[in-house]
Each structure stands twice: as C-alpha cells, then as structure tokens.
Design a protein around this ligand. Structure first.
Ligand SMILES: [Ca+2]
Length: 132
C-alpha cells in the first residue's frame, strides 16, 4: 500500500506480519494503521498521538472538547468517534458531535452541550479503518 512505502522496504512490505496495518512494528503499543493515521513513524517507538480531552468554557457555558493528531495525507482512513461507559460495549456518538475543525495538526472535536447526563465514567476512542 502507498503509506507503507514511506517507511518500509519492498521485502518488508511483502511481510504482512512485519509491516501490516494491524502490526505494531516498533512495539510502542500503537498499530501501524494508527501510526499512519496520526502521522507518526511506525519504526520509532513513541507515545504521541491519541485523544486529548479538555473541558472548555465560553460565554454560553462549559463544553467538552476532544482533539487528536491527524496525518493530512491519510485521506483514505475513516474516523469514527465512539464512547463507552463500561469499556465493553462501544457506540458511535456522531449525533453528539457539535463541531469538528481540522488543521494540519489534526482535528478538534466539540461535543454538544448537555446532550445527555452521564452518571459515572465515560470513555472515548477514535476508531480508524481504511475506506475501501
Ligand atoms: Ca507502533
């Protein structure tokens, strides 16, 4: 695949167990698909990337904001924001997203204010998959 050519030799690309999208070549806990999508090097261990959460405030009140790094060249990857209250079942929360702004650095996602009360903890994740 095109994205692999940037970091792997032709023989390495043929070895799916070394360079495949679901493999963690550098052993940093992040699959190659995530490294590609977030614009990090799959051969250099790092903990960059992931989702960053913030509570923001403006004249209307507080709102929740998530941001993540995004490789501008990874236009062939679909992003789906999901949430869970138990880490076992996850749901697509597109209807809770208020605004998404993108830049070279990544996306900033603002959530609807008071969409629904959430008791206890809530976890968020970004699901990445190739747009086939
Ligand atoms: Ca990795």
């Amino acid at each position: 695949m095109r994205w692999q050519k940037e970091f792997f030799t032709d023989p390495e690309i043929l070895d799916e167990e070394f360079s495949g999208p679901e493999v963690d070549t550098d052993g940093d806990g992040r699959m190659n698909l995530i490294e590609y999508t977030e614009g990090t090097n799959p051969r250099v261990p790092n903990l960059a990337g992931g989702l960053a959460a913030q509570v923001m405030e403006d004249i209307v009140g507080r709102f929740f904001q998530l941001s993540h790094a995004r490789n501008a060249k990874a236009f062939d990857v679909l992003h789906t924001m999901e949430a869970s209250e138990n880490l076992a079942t996850w749901e697509d929360i597109e209807d809770e997203l208020f605004d998404i702004s993108s830049s070279q650095a990544g996306d900033v996602i603002q959530m609807n204010r008071g969409h629904r009360p959430v008791a206890g903890k809530r976890f968020y994740r970004m699901k990445y998959e190739f747009d086939r």
